[in-house]
Write a protein that binds this ligand. Structure first.
Ligand code: FAD
Length: 319
């Protein structure tokens, strides 16, 4: 699909700031600044409390409004809804996009990590059209928050038409007992306590990879993160090693995207599945004992050292 054929975009707002981030990216690709000369119409489908209605309302809205593109945050709910919509509308879903752009031929292009994270691929969704939309999911934090001084809600209100499913359920426009999500039923939402002060908002992130080698070194890395007033994060391989890294602290396509001022990575190879989560960092510092490690290509400063020795030295310096 050519980007010029994208005239209507549906964005799913499930109560995570990712909806505003998706809107910001859509504005960049399709909006006034893009040079397309066309402004798409944005529709926000807001279902922040009515999760069980989300899939059916997304389905209904796509049938009635016929958008060419549907953007969904890759949260637990979004990852459930997107493929279900893909099947219903017999269309493609670009999962965990790290970028959305127009290529040199003017085609709508979704950028995703491929081949186990060793490469970043550009994919197209052929046959996408009004009412049979291209669907893309994006991790929260992958794109910058466009709201600036405005709150995310004010930004959205200024740019979009909002279909408020929560309000419709409350005032009876959607009758009680309406058809709900088939595959799963959300029974409640419990905020994850350790998310506050977590990697999502940290200015300094100290991230450990499999090259740390042991739980002892992981614990030292956590100490270093604390002393620096930052947050400890990990790669998938470090998480799977079972050293006690929290799942919430994993960075990458199946973890979180982060935007710290400083990211310091220890013993990390640099797979695209991980590095696509740190592209928003201001400064990337990497320590790896392999001088040819891929992570160095994505780093501002690099040190070819043993991870534990550097962590010990920094802990010694900081006191
Ligand atoms: C669908 C899919 C989704 C994925 N999602 C994610 C994701 O969200 N996040 C993620 O991180 N990964 C993800 N992965 C996994 C990803 O592809 C990589 O396998 C993973 O990021 C590698 O982690 P690592 O760099 O810690 O480990 P490794 O690749 O094993 O690298 C370890 C590094 O440590 C270095 N090293 C070894 N010893 C030392 C030492 N003593 N001192 C210093 N350096 C040392 C080595 O040279 C090496 O470069 C995903 C994979 C798939 C298939």
């Amino acid at each position: 699909m050519k980007t010029e054929t994208v005239r209507k975009i549906l964005i799913f707002d499930q109560g995570d700031p990712v909806a505003a981030q998706l809107l910001g990216k859509a504005e960049e690709v399709f909006g006034e600044g893009s040079g397309r000369g066309l402004r798409p119409e944005y529709i926000i489908l807001r279902a922040r409390r009515t999760y069980n209605l989300a899939l059916e309302m997304l389905d209904k809205t796509i049938r009635e409004e016929k958008p060419e593109l549907v953007l969904i945050g890759a949260t637990a709910l979004g990852e459930e809804a997107a493929p279900a919509l893909g099947v219903r509308f017999e269309t493609g879903v670009a999962a965990h996009c790290v970028d959305i752009k127009e290529n040199e031929e003017g085609r709508l292009t979704f950028v995703i990590p491929a081949f186990g994270g060793r490469a970043v691929g550009e994919i197209f969704i052929p046959g996408a059209a009004a009412g049979k939309p291209a669907i893309a999911t994006v991790k929260p934090g992958m794109f910058p928050d466009p709201a600036g001084g405005e709150s995310a809600d004010e930004y959205v209100a200024a740019h979009c038409r909002v279909i408020d499913v929560d309000a419709m359920a409350e005032d009876g426009r959607i009758p009680k007992g309406s058809k709900t999500q088939g595959a799963f039923r959300m029974t409640g939402v419990r905020p994850r306590e350790h998310l506050s002060g977590s990697i999502t908002n940290a200015d300094i992130i100290v991230c450990g990879g499999y090259g740390l080698g042991s739980e002892d070194v992981w614990n030292k890395l956590k100490q270093l993160a604390d002393r620096l007033g930052g947050a400890a994060a990990c790669t998938r391989a470090a998480l799977d090693a079972g050293w006690g890294c929290a799942e919430d602290s994993m960075i990458g396509t199946s973890g979180r995207a982060v935007r710290p001022k400083i990211y310091i990575g220890f013993g990390i190879s640099g797979a695209a599945h991980h590095t696509c989560g740190i592209t928003g960092a201001d400064t990337i510092i990497s320590i790896n004992n392999d001088k040819d490690a891929e992570i160095f290509a994505a780093s501002d400063y690099k040190g070819v050292f043993d991870a534990e020795q550097v962590i010990d030295a920094l802990l010694g310096e900081i006191g």
